[in-house]
Design a protein around this ligand. Sequence first.
Ligand code: SAM
Length: 391
Amino acid sequence: MRFVIPTLFGLEGLTADELRYIGFDNVTTENGRVFFDGDFEEMARANIRCRMGERVLLLLGQFTAESFEDLFQGVRAIDWDQWLDKKDAFPVKGWSLNSTLHSVPDCQKIIKKAIVERLSQRYKLSWFEESGPTVQVQFSIMKNEVMIMLDTSGAGLHKRGYRANAGAAPLRETLAAGMIDLAHVRQGSLVLDPMCGSGTLLVEAAMKARGISPGLMRRFACEKWSCFPEEVFKKERQAARSLIRKDIGFRARGFDIDKAAVELSRENAKKAHVDDLIEFRRQDVRRLVLPKNDCILLCNPPYGERLLDREAAEEIYEILGQRTPPAPGHSYYFITSHEEFETFYGRRADKRRKLYNGMLECQFYMYYKNHLGGDWNGKSNKSAGPRRVHA
Ligand SMILES: C[S@@+](CC[C@H](N)C(=O)[O-])C[C@H]1O[C@@H](n2cnc3c(N)ncnc32)[C@H](O)[C@@H]1O
């Protein structure tokens, strides 16, 4: 079987690395999606363990279609009865971009018709009541290239099960996981978030450090499929549980000016079984004091779009700049859509990466080299001392 994992733009390479690390074969990437090979075990394992992917889709067919007839024939050629029992519900959804077949509702109808025709031949039925488990059929058409897939996940993989309530502008868990990867959070790290909101960054970091798979607390659509072998999920969940580490040096501290946000973070950490690793406290970022020890600061400040107005956000960036001076062993990471973040923060990032927070194009600003005085306006922003090693 070939699988497709859609990702947020900018996280394709990291997701591919993660899948290779888990041990999947033939991992390849393209814009916004990652592919790999596997069987039912890998289907379950990817759902349970993948931190950055949005969902796991099973690829059933791939062909070119410039007409509805091409689409119909391509879909009918798939061995649908291998996947669908006669009572299963099989709704169809998808999207089309830069293609001759641009009407999504028409494509949906044609695909449904082709599946029904194929199943009618096999089951000798002219009517399908669709009263059984749902097997969601998903299609994508890009430049006339069609992919027909089954959604094995159901709810998106960012729904881990620990964040029933989110704050005002929460980060998607999959994006938070990507940022944590880029910040090289490890089992022994000390991680800070001075504006933690619902605590997503720290909870995700702690789960990763402890080895808690993101999908351990939830169920997946394919578990209910008639064709899915029993015991596979039980085995994979057991294997995932065996990866949980008890004694780790990881610690985290989260602050927010909003009392409700602090309480929410605590609740979320508890639900994720990492509350013993994270300390949350109400604190204004103006009072932030960094520890002397090595630490990683991750922050998703207001962008001046939804939470604060632009000027107030800019003032926060200035404060962040003052409270996080370059220091050996310290690294700082910020995500924002504000194009002039570096100007207000006061230093040019050592590295930046384009990431999308929902529809918002953002930059992830990374500061990890040790600086010796000067700011980037003063052109004396030389890197000094040993470069922080991200091993
Ligand atoms: C974009 S949200 C962070 C969302 C968070 N990453 C999450 O996933 O829920 C920004 C947070 O900054 C907090 N905040 C605003 N001004 C602050 C200040 N002066 N000091 C500390 N926190 C502040 C807000 O209360 C809000 O929770």
